[in-house]
Design a protein around this ligand. Structure first.
Ligand code: HEM
Length: 440
């Protein structure tokens, strides 16, 4: 591991005793990095979760780290804090091994299965939205988390949204996610990490029991597809690998999408003109089924989605571990250096975006195309070998949800104060974002 001595030549803000910059990161990660970049330039070091990490700012640095032409940066080493709970997942594998596993997983994202996910997603979400109360205030963020978890039971596991196992599975899943970035990493009694590890054992056992039947009978849900997944050479996963991949995939899919939908609802209620434009394009679909053609026509929704991800990317910093010595920006770094790629900072950089703090989805329109200023100007889904494999799945889910919601309701905010966002570990609005649904 690189340490203060081997990184002595890298500037950076002075760390607090014991906790370094961890608390600053938890309180306001953008302020920590924004201030450090202003003072020290695009390359500096901070100490987070007990480790010195070198931040390389800028879109070129993103391309260098994530594009990783020379297999220099380990994702497993970067995300080591997730290993105890999500070990064996795609993001916790590297290089040749990662490529082999990703090829197998790709077959669970083939077009015909994606169509089946889309249809079962629409059925589940429609029924869940119907259950939401009209003209009554409720907090959107917890509601969408619960709804997408219930939908996940159907789309990911092939369970009915009312299956009696769903609440227990969801509880365990939430304990696992809460533990992933707990500050205390030893599984001492009463710690989040200990609860998370127990949850992982329970979930793994539940998934494992489903495998023999799903291998035999298949199904249109994600889990069944993973049980049947093969690459072009016919390689399949062992039971253990299926459990590990599925466990990780649920985590990767869930909070990211719930946070993004919440930011979109914030945008639609803060800028009702944009909601009007979304309603108009949903109305233009009539009662048509939400197939690919219908979802492709939701161009305004797509821009609001992209702009929401720009302002609140669920993964604003991407950690890697250098497996060999390397040089960047005129500095040398030893093998073992923890490196942070900074898509979140690039997404609000004036180098790529006009008035970056302003909510302006038209910046993605073909005549402005600010996202095209650099291959990595808009990279909320990462890039290179580990680029989000669920990008299309997430886009589909967001569009299906918005179309179903706006067919029935307009959304209003139940209070008018400014909304404060917590960015890490996964973004959420403090106060939950109280809203009201007004039947149309
Ligand atoms: C708005 C929603 C989402 C965002 C912003 C997002 C973002 C990301 C990012 C930034 C990465 C790359 C991390 C890295 O390079 O270290 C990633 C990887 C991944 N995502 Fe997503 N994600 C989203 C939704 C989903 C969904 C819905 C799924 C599954 C259905 C999913 C599955 C995965 C998996 C399996 C990986 C690991 C890929 C690999 O290592 O090869 N994500 N995601």
């Amino acid at each position: 591991m690189a340490n203060a001595d081997t990184l002595a030549h890298v500037p950076g803000p002075r760390p607090k005793p014991l906790i370094g910059h961890t608390l600053d990161l938890l309180i306001d990660s953008y302020r920590l990095h924004g201030n450090a970049a202003k003072r020290f330039g695009p390359i500096y070091k901070v100490k987070v979760l007990g480790k010195w990490r070198v931040a390389l700012n800028g879109a070129d640095a993103l391309e260098f780290i994530l594009g990783d032409r020379d297999d220099l940066f380990s994702s497993a080493g970067g995300w080591d804090m997730l290993d105890v709970l999500f070990g064996g997942g795609l993001m916790l594998r590297d290089f040749g091994d990662h490529r082999a596993h990703r090829r197998i997983m790709q077959s669970a994202f083939r077009k015909p299965v994606m169509d089946a996910y889309r249809d079962s997603m629409a059925t589940a979400l429609d029924s869940l939205i119907t259950d939401w109360p009209a003209e009554t205030d409720f907090a959107f963020f917890p509601a969408i988390k619960t709804a997408t978890l219930q939908m996940g039971g159907a789309v990911f596991m092939g369970l009915s949204i009312h299956d009696h196992r769903v609440p227990e599975l969801n509880q365990a899943f939430q304990a696992e996610v809460a533990a992933s970035l707990g500050i205390i990493r030893k599984p001492l009694p009463y710690t989040k990490i200990r609860r998370g590890m127990m949850a992982r054992r329970y979930l793994s056992e539940t998934f494992r029991q489903l495998i023999p039947e799903r291998r035999k009978t298949g199904g249109d849900d994600f889990f069944s597809q993973m049980c049947l997944a093969t690459d072009d050479d016919g390689n399949v996963w062992t039971d253990e690998e299926i459990v590990d991949h599925f466990n990780f995939l649920l985590m990767a899919a869930h909070d990211t999408t719930a946070a993004t939908l919440t930011k979109m609802i914030w945008a639609m209620t803060t800028y009702p003109d944009w909601q009007d434009r979304m309603v108009a394009e949903v109305d233009a679909l009539g009662d048509a089924p939400l197939d690919d053609a219908a979802l492709d026509a939701l161009d305004v929704t797509d821009r609001v989605f992209r702009e929401s991800l720009r302002l609140l990317p669920p993964v604003p910093f991407i950690p890697r571990l250098a497996v060999r010595d390397f040089s960047y920006g005129g500095m040398d770094f030893p093998a073992g250096t923890s490196v942070s790629a900074m898509p979140g900072m690039v997404l609000v950089s004036p180098d790529h975006w006009t008035d970056p703090e302003v909510f302006d989805p038209d910046r993605f329109s073909p005549n402005r195309a600010e996202d095209q200023s650099h291959r990595y100007a808009w990279a909320p889904f990462g890039g290179g070998a580990h680029k989000c494999i669920g990008l299309h799945f997430a886009t589909m889910q967001v569009k299906v949800f918005m179309a179903l919601l706006l067919r029935r309701y307009r959304v209003e905010r139940a209070d008018d104060g400014p909304v404060k966002w917590q960015r890490v570990p996964i973004p959420f609005p403090k106060g939950g974002l109280p809203v009201r649904l007004i039947p149309r």
